[in-house]
Write a protein that binds this ligand. Sequence first.
Ligand code: 6PG
Length: 245
Amino acid sequence: MELNIFKTVEEQIAALANYVIDASKTAIMDHDRFDFVLSGGSSPKRLYELLTSDKYKKRIDWSRTYFFFGDERFVPAGDEERNSLMAKESLFDHVNISDDQIFKVDTSGSPEEAAKKYEMDIEVHFGKKPIRFDLVLLGLGDDAHTASLFPGTSILNEKEAGIRSVYLEDKQVYRISMTYPLINQAKEIAFLAFGENKAEAAQHVLEGEKDTSKFPAQLIRSEMGSTEWFLDKKAASKLTKPRKK
Ligand code: 6PG
């Protein structure tokens, strides 16, 4: 588990952009494609915008990049709550890729059907091989959730399925999410969190008592690769042993 702490969000996002670029190069050299799981929420927007800026755009082979979502809100395709809509506006619309490079969650049926279909689509993409994403990008909620692995929800105990639907009582909404065993099969996992409001969650997850039901992001650690945290100093401000970058 590598902890990277940055004075400013700009430095943090630039470092993560370089990390994504390196991961894409390693993956494409190794197996001619980059299987990249995008995080939802708002934090990654600036990363996606930087990756598609003139300075960075040419450093990724977008034609060999395949995009997945760590989780998706169970709302209609064009709904502004969709993680895929934010990715479209800040990333997909700015690079030359085809629709079949983007694995979206189909929410036209039931939540269970959406989860099953999404998992099947991913299995087909990986053929007979185990589903091992090259990079999974994750955010951190201020309640220490990540993807849609929320405190006290049944999905935290899911060890078989790779994708599950989960109902969030407090938000009265379904989510479709990768489970922690699927995420942990990834070669590389990178958390992105910035701002004071993430400091407590970061401290609980990284240094607090082991309680994965209360702090679900503690479930996440790549089994065979690396798990890196990219924090700005505000999000790291409650860590007792911070290492300045
Ligand atoms: C989602 C995300 C979720 C997100 C965190 C952080 O669908 O909302 O997958 O896990 O990463 O809630 O969200 P922010 O980046 O908006 O703070």
